[in-house]
Design a protein around this ligand. Sequence first.
Ligand code: DON
Length: 316
Amino acid sequence: PQAQPDRGRADPSPEALQEFLTGLAAEIHARADWGKVADYIPELADVELAQFGIAVQLADGSLCHAGASEVGFSIQSISKVFSLACVLGRIGEQIWQRVGREPSGSRFDSILLLELEKGIPRNPFINAGALVVTDELLTGRTPRDALAEIIHFIRAAAGDDAIHIDRAVAMSEQATGDRNRALGNYLKSYGNLKNPVDYTLGTYFHQCAIEMDCLQLARAGRVIAGLPGAPSILAPARARRITALMLTCGHYDESGDFAFRVGLPGKSGVGGGILMVAPGRASIAIWSPGLNATGNSRAGAYAAEKLAEFTGWSVF
Ligand code: DON
């Protein structure tokens, strides 16, 4: 018979966790199984491949980290977690009239289901769904103000006012964003985009271009993980819904595999970042810029799996 998981297992001490993370960073460099950096814009294509950072914020307030945990990276689609948090705070459950809550099983930028489902994107973490969320945040405001709300939320969550947007990344996203523009126009044709496509796209490209390091991202994730001491800017019931979506939809068409291997809610970005939470216990940021074929961090997913094994934090 299979061994039962130890449900009552205590969290590792910060010292034991720190030792584990240091060893994990060394192991990942020794494996050297990095994948490939995203190459659709020069700012991502030029990032050095052989990098790995991790930071784990524990419920007791300690922050353990290893590797390149203080190197800034483009958070890209991880921003979709924070824009969703903002929109839930602004209009609450009404957002579900415009976007669904089911995994898509398709690529992050796929247009396929939009026609079948008449302009209602499957979930807020695929690009079409994130565009709808950003569009809602824009309603009645300028792109500058909507963007300010997202960045202020992230800064407040992390307790760090230095978090900023990388303008060069935002410009490159604009220059190469034809597929996102197509998604925007398609949504508009179904009446599911209220603002001019360029406004919504511009805001979306800038939110994707937010730069953070693992320390900042792990701290920002405290509000999603519901850790004690996190600033009260997100109602616990909303954090639970966001984490449910991270588990089911956070890694696009690899979400099932991530849940199977790791067993924790996580959201990936094409910059190689992963924000992952062990609800009530830890907020975890992992970064390694090399991606697998699905566009998720290769070494990052490996590290997530090893961390879940070590801590017993899988929700299953
Ligand atoms: O929308 C895009 O194409 C990018 N700016 C962000 C997508 C992303 O991070 C997808 N993730 N793996």
